[in-house]
Design a protein around this ligand. Structure first.
Ligand SMILES: [Zn+2]
Length: 320
């Protein structure tokens, strides 16, 4: 059963909004492009894993994706957590391409990309082991729960050097081998560990304690509100400055019209400037004078809000 779905990482949404609204000559553009490509690749790898997890019998497995929990004031993330009555499985997704050599003695991963460049990184198996220790501690159960962990490569073309330490064979695999591997783990762990009630309590506690990362975009990406282009972007020619006429937005450059071009603009404000918006801030950002129209536009977005009339504050949606 799918209990927590993966949402588009906030960083991707922020970078896409920056691509729309940051002056193209801004110094951070190159770094943004690199980070964006890397994150998109990561998402594609996770999608591969999600695809193969769909084959598992939903009545036997509870699946949480993109989980973030806090234990002893420290946050830890689990790419994918699978729980059954018999065991717990943590999956760390890796989106590295090229050739990989896992060095057991030094607990490092040596990665050679298509251009022959070598990069050394932390052994992902150590990473997922650390997460499982944190998760066991977080659960705080007196039960002896079998904990399994895997590192799954999202890109099926990634080559694993067979000279890698032999222990990795059991833990590192490509996404297409995942379903079979989980069945194998189910055969290995046949005893019921969790009673239905304990399992129900645990899964609902996980959902309650899930604490998605919230980042300060201006600090993270090194821009200021003044760098952000205001106004409504034309969905056709991508220029800014659409104007309101007869309940639609019209582009003064290419004459295209749109009914809801303000939605992207308001979301961009919430992503890039700050996570709340008032009627006045909305008018200023969209370049409109009417309080009434701003009220209608904000209300049309079904955002959560607090306060009434002039003191009303609207909040950024949880995802995006
Ligand atoms: Zn236009």
């Amino acid at each position: 059963m799918n209990l927590l779905s993966r949402s588009i990482p906030t960083q991707i949404l922020i970078i896409e909004a920056l691509f729309r609204r940051l002056n193209p000559n801004h110094r951070i553009h190159k770094d943004l492009r690199e980070e964006y490509n890397r994150r998109k690749k990561g998402v594609a790898g996770e999608k591969q894993i999600d695809y193969y997890l769909e084959f598992l019998p939903p009545e036997q497995f509870y699946i949480f994706r993109g989980l973030r929990l806090i234990c002893d004031n420290k946050a830890f993330q689990i790419d994918t957590l699978v729980i059954s009555q018999k065991f717990v499985l943590l999956i760390e997704a890796k989106d590295i391409s090229g050739k990989l050599y896992f060095d057991e003695s030094y607990k490092q991963l040596v990665c050679i990309n298509e251009d022959g460049d070598q990069q050394v990184m932390e052994d992902p198996l150590e990473q997922v082991k650390r997460q499982s220790r944190q998760f066991v501690k977080w659960m705080g159960l007196k039960l002896d729960v079998p904990i399994e962990y895997l590192v799954v490569l999202g890109d099926s073309r990634t080559y694993i050097d067979p000279r890698s330490g032999p222990k990795y064979k059991d833990y590192i695999l490509h996404a297409h081998a995942l379903e079979e591997k989980i069945q194998e783990l189910a055969c290995k762990n046949q005893k019921d560990i969790f009673q239905e009630e304990t399992l129900r309590k645990l899964t609902s506690r996980i959902l309650t304690c899930h604490n998605p990362l919230s980042i300060d975009p201006q600090k993270t990406y090194q821009y200021s509100s003044a760098d952000i282009i205001k106004g409504i972007q034309c969905p056709e020619c991508k220029k800014f400055g659409m104007e309101r006429a007869n309940q639609v937005w019209e582009c003064p450059h290419c004459k295209a019209t749109s009914r809801d071009a303000h939605k992207q603009a308001i979301l961009d404000y919430l992503l890039l400037i700050k996570p709340t918006i008032t009627n006045k801030e909305c008018r200023d950002f969209l370049g409109i004078k009417s309080r009434k129209i701003a009220h209608r536009l904000l209300n049309s977005m079904n955002l959560q809000f607090t306060g009434t009339n002039k003191s009303r504050i609207y909040y950024k949606p949880k995802h995006g």
